[in-house]
Write a new protein. Structure first.
Length: 219
């Protein structure tokens, strides 16, 4: 058995250590030699981009590996993919699902309703949960809205890097399926591209958020 693997080097996403791209079975007698040819397409290097909702191939370095198994690699070769750098994620005046995070700590995926939809919640009520959205364009953002459900009282924190953008209380809504929208003005103008961090405190759920470029309306 000859197996062909690929892997991304210095990926911006949580890439697998090795990804099986193809394999061939070959029977050889002692002293025999056999040349095998594999066709590697761009699809073998693609990953699911949560920001764009599609498979994509990032430019950068990759490696092709050949061996008997993932633990017995015999040959490696570098591959470089060229192309434009990935665009930042758009979150201003656009709804972003909480489950489309790039990384997380201490969270659990939950159902948004009894029949459909996904949301996130802290895995432990006594520990804050964190969602990370990498390379987010916050230009023009002045306010943030969040779709939440509060089984118990809690709060949300939005940070650009280590800068606190907004801290929003989450009220008790009555049940984990009782959703409401909370909002708050940003404390600073985070122009440009940032890594966005969302912290969840308390017995709350988050389905989505949206940064707004327009101020709150008054009656």
């Amino acid at each position: 058995m000859v197996q062909l693997y690929v892997r991304a080097l210095n990926a911006r996403y949580e890439a697998p250590r090795l990804r099986l791209a193809d394999f061939r079975k070959a029977a050889l007698s002692p002293g025999d030699r056999l040349e095998l040819t594999f066709r590697l397409s761009a699809e073998h290097l693609a990953h699911w981009d949560v920001a764009g909702g599609a498979f994509t191939v990032d430019p950068g370095g990759y490696e092709v590996l050949v061996g008997r198994s993932a633990g017995d690699i015999a040959l490696t070769a570098p591959v470089t993919v060229t192309g434009p750098a990935p665009a930042p994620r758009v979150v201003v005046d656009r709804r972003t699902s909480a489950v489309d995070f790039d990384d997380h700590t201490v969270i659990t995926l939950v159902d948004a309703t009894r029949t459909t939809g996904d949301a996130v919640a802290p895995a432990h009520q006594d520990q804050p949960a964190t969602l990370l959205f990498r390379s987010v364009d916050l230009s023009g953002a002045i306010r943030v809205h969040a779709e939440v459900a509060g089984v118990g009282p809690g709060r949300l924190e939005f940070l650009a890097g280590d800068r606190l953008l907004a801290e929003i209380p989450v009220p008790v809504t009555g049940s984990r399926y009782a959703w409401t929208t909370v909002a708050g003005d940003l404390t600073t103008s985070p122009e440009g591209r940032h890594d966005l961090q969302v912290n969840l405190h308390g017995d709350i759920r988050l389905a989505a958020f949206r940064f707004s470029s327009t101020p709150a309306t008054t009656a």
